[in-house]
Design a protein around this ligand. Structure first.
Ligand code: DGL
Length: 354
């Protein structure tokens, strides 16, 4: 009898001291904009090397991560269904318009964009320069299709939503969530054709890490971005053509001359070493400048800056030195810069600010 009274008392005390569940705090509202990619890929078997990219819808991607409902209220939109090797200016402009539109709504706390990994770094940097909100924008993808054994997409989506729901992610520029890492759009680059741990940020490292939706941030994007960017694509229907040309031994003038003839408004050289190229190529690039084309020297190397007036006299030749931006990101900044100016000195300033 005595024991049962003690047990009853213990239960009563436990019930009284157990803190009342916190008032159901409203979960953040995250919009997932889907573009395709391997994360939406499907294959005939769980171990197939071959697969079709962009075959799975945003609703199916969300349904594959039921625990999302524990951390956010989700709305999904299908912006495109393409492998990101087919990403293009028209989808970029549509994506930027949708992201800015949903971010402007008071009812939206952040945006996640699912995307192929091949050009994710490019879309992320483009959005970093044209999104007009401090709210988190987080891109994510996967290296294995949704149907694969140990698919990496579902956890990447969960982490991306958790990051986008995290107030600490706001104001850090556009972020990329990949394999528990959080990268800055400006610094991330794909380093391996098939590895799940393919992404790296070789110059400045990660912005933070995440583990099952728990974030640790240790830096922010230090160059101008989002609300501090002077670039806008509002009501823009097309972007200037900028071609990237890969330098190598015995590089000829032909492709540089051809790019000018084909109407390129800007040319980026993925140079050898510190943005170098053969003498015939340098002469052709000089001709391009004289024809009114803005020319940027970047490097084909995975890390390091391309320095102004190193082995090439940029002051004399009228070139722009890319600094830390790789050729693909140099192309994006140059496309947006050309919407404002063709003055190489002003473009150089942009490469020092963004
Ligand atoms: N088709 C490539 C793409 O959409 C596959 C790479 C991936 O998404 O992981 O970028």
């Amino acid at each position: 009898m005595r024991t049962s009274i003690v047990i009853l008392l213990a239960i009563l005390i436990a019930v009284q001291t157990t803190p009342a569940p916190a008032q159901g705090k409203k979960l953040p509202h995250i919009v997932i904009l889907a573009t395709g990619g391997t994360i939406a890929g499907s294959a005939d078997s769980k171990t197939s090397v071959g697969y079709t990219s962009g075959a799975v819808t945003v609703d199916a991607l969300i349904a594959a991560v039921p625990t999302l409902k524990d951390i956010a209220r989700i709305t999904g939109e299908q912006v495109s269904s393409i492998g990101s090797q087919d990403m293009c200016d028209s989808v970029w402009l549509k994506l930027a318009a949708r992201a800015n539109a949903v971010l402007a709504a008071d009812t939206v706390d952040g945006v996640v964009i699912t995307h192929g990994t091949d050009t994710m770094e490019e879309t992320a940097y483009f959005l970093q320069l044209v999104v007009k909100s401090k709210k988190p924008v987080v891109l994510t993808g996967s290296m294995r299709p949704s149907t694969a054994l140990s698919a990496d997409g579902p956890l990447n989506i969960y982490n991306a939503v958790a990051i986008a729901s995290d107030p600490a992610a706001a104001g850090r520029g556009v972020l990329v969530a990949a394999n528990d890492d959080i990268h800055s759009a400006r610094d991330i680059t794909k380093m391996n054709t098939t590895d799940v741990q393919t992404f790296d940020s070789p110059e400045y490292g990660l912005v933070g890490t995440t583990l099952y939706g728990k974030q640790t941030f240790f830096r922010t994007a230090y160059r101008k971005h989002t609300v501090n960017s002077e670039f806008s694509v509002t009501d823009v229907k097309s972007l200037p053509r900028v071609d990237v040309l890969y330098a190598n031994s015995d590089m000829s003038a032909d492709l540089i001359d051809a790019a000018v003839k084909l109407g390129a408004k800007g040319i980026v050289i993925a140079g050898v070493g510190d943005g170098n190229m053969t003498t015939p190529a340098l002469d052709a690039l000089s001709r391009a400048v004289k024809a009114g084309v803005v020319c940027v020297r970047s490097s084909r190397l995975p890390s390091g800056r391309t320095w102004r007036n190193s082995e090439v006299n940029d002051d004399k030749m009228g070139f722009v030195a890319a600094g830390e931006l790789n050729p693909s990101k140099s192309r994006i900044l140059l496309k947006l810069a050309l919407m404002k100016t063709k003055d190489a000195a002003q473009v150089q300033k942009y490469f020092e600010e963004y």
